[in-house]
Design a protein around this ligand. Structure first.
Ligand code: PMP
Length: 386
């Protein structure tokens, strides 16, 4: 093999940051089978427990029987089916936006949107803890790209004040930060965007389906319409238990994305059966609201008990409840100790999170019970004492 690659791989091994995959032998759910063992998992983003829901499975099977499996082509060639179209209309309706546009993944939605809207001479300001896809999008866009301190509105305002008058301005944040679980102060961001004549984009990968009265996500949670939050991105592979992503906003925004977003134009449309499964998931947001309330109850239950046990919880009220460990090796050792006790929780290390802030990223799901959380807490106490 190429020597440079060999050296880079060896370096990564030495840093103990080598990433390995687990092979799952079962469907998604609170319990996963790995190497013949049943593990209770707290690491998926299937927050509502929909990934293995019979109604999603039936919708996918029925549509595959009628429409086949493959998307066939990109949306602009001949891959845009009536199911994609219906799903876009449903997404526009639930988010209260004029239109929505499907992307094949959230990563592509972020790359496509930021690069379609911004270019040379423009200015992008991103929270420094934004998801990798947003940071990559900022770099790829060719615009002037800066990162402000996490959720620090004073730092953002100072930077906005210093921008030259020319060029478009885009402020971009994760609505729920994927490795911390805290939320961006979207109303304050919307006010700054308005004051400094910037667009605001929020990536609601971890809020859509979960937050808000109807599960419409962070925009609904904060009651922010299209005017205040003009570029709303959401993913379909997390709370909705399906796959893919969307951007919702004005008719003009969606037309601009169709014309200029390269990861939209040059990729195969998601399979129509996936769109059908996602429509079934949107129906379940209405038909099974208990999933959101049960999840909220589990979040409170976990936090109350974890705080009473003096576990190093972070400032999050969402389904992402990380425990801050600090040292990389200690975080990995804790994750292995939990696995030995039948519990799967991933250790998240640099470069995904800043150096010195390695953590266990615990995620809760409506598929869990309080007894599952008791098991997790007991295993944590035991593993930390060992
Ligand atoms: N944005 C955020 C905040 C995410 O956490 C993720 C997924 N980890 C994505 C975007 C990418 O979404 P997808 O998995 O659909 O590509």
């Amino acid at each position: 093999m190429n020597e440079v690659l060999q050296r880079r791989l060896a370096e990564r091994r030495l840093q103990s940051r080598y990433r390995r995959r687990r092979v799952l032998e079962s469907a998604q759910g609170p319990r996963l089978q790995v190497d013949g063992r049943d593990l209770l998992q707290f690491c998926s983003n299937d927050y509502l427990g929909l990934a293995n829901h019979p109604k999603l499975i039936a919708a996918m099977q029925g549509t595959a029987a009628q429409f086949g499996v493959g998307g066939g082509a990109s949306h602009l060639v001949c891959g845009h089916s009536e199911l994609h179209h219906q799903l876009e209309e449903r997404l526009a309706k639930i988010t209260g936006r004029e239109r929505a546009l499907l992307f094949s993944t959230g990563y592509m939605a972020n790359l496509g949107t930021v690069t379609a809207l911004m270019g040379k001479g423009d200015h992008i300001l991103e929270d420094r803890l934004n998801h990798a896809s947003l940071l990559d999008a900022g770099l790829l866009s060719g615009a002037r790209f800066q990162r402000f301190q996490h959720n620090d509105m004073a730092d953002l305002e100072r930077r906005l004040q210093k921008l030259p008058a020319d060029g478009n301005r885009l402020i971009v944040v994760d609505a729920v930060f994927s490795m911390d679980g805290d939320m961006a102060p979207l109303p304050a961001l919307a006010a700054l965007a308005q004051k400094y004549n910037a667009w605001l984009m929020a990536d609601d990968a971890h809020g859509f389906g979960v937050l808000g009265e109807n599960g419409a996500g962070s925009a609904e949670f904060f009651d922010l319409g299209q005017q205040q939050l003009p570029v709303l991105m959401g993913t379909l592979g997390k709370g909705l238990g399906s796959f893919g992503a969307f951007v919702a906003g004005s008719d003009e925004l969606i037309e601009a994305l169709i014309q200029f977003a390269r990861p939209y134009i040059y990729t195969t449309a998601m399979p129509p059966a996936v769109a059908a499964a996602t429509i079934a998931a949107l129906d379940l947001l209405v038909d099974e609201p208990w999933r959101r309330s049960h999840l909220q109850e589990l979040i409170r239950y976990f936090r109350d008990k974890a705080i009473a046990l003096a576990l190093p919880v972070m400032a999050s009220n969402t389904a992402i409840q990380p425990l801050l460990i600090g040292d990389e090796l200690a975080a990995m050792a804790l994750s292995s100790a939990l696995e030995q006790r039948g519990i799967l929780v991933s250790a998240i290390r640099p470069p995904t999170v800043p150096v010195g802030s390695s953590r266990l990223r615990i995620t809760l799901s409506a598929g869990h019970s309080k007894a599952d959380i008791d098991c997790l807490l007991a295993a944590l106490v035991e593993a930390l004492a060992a």
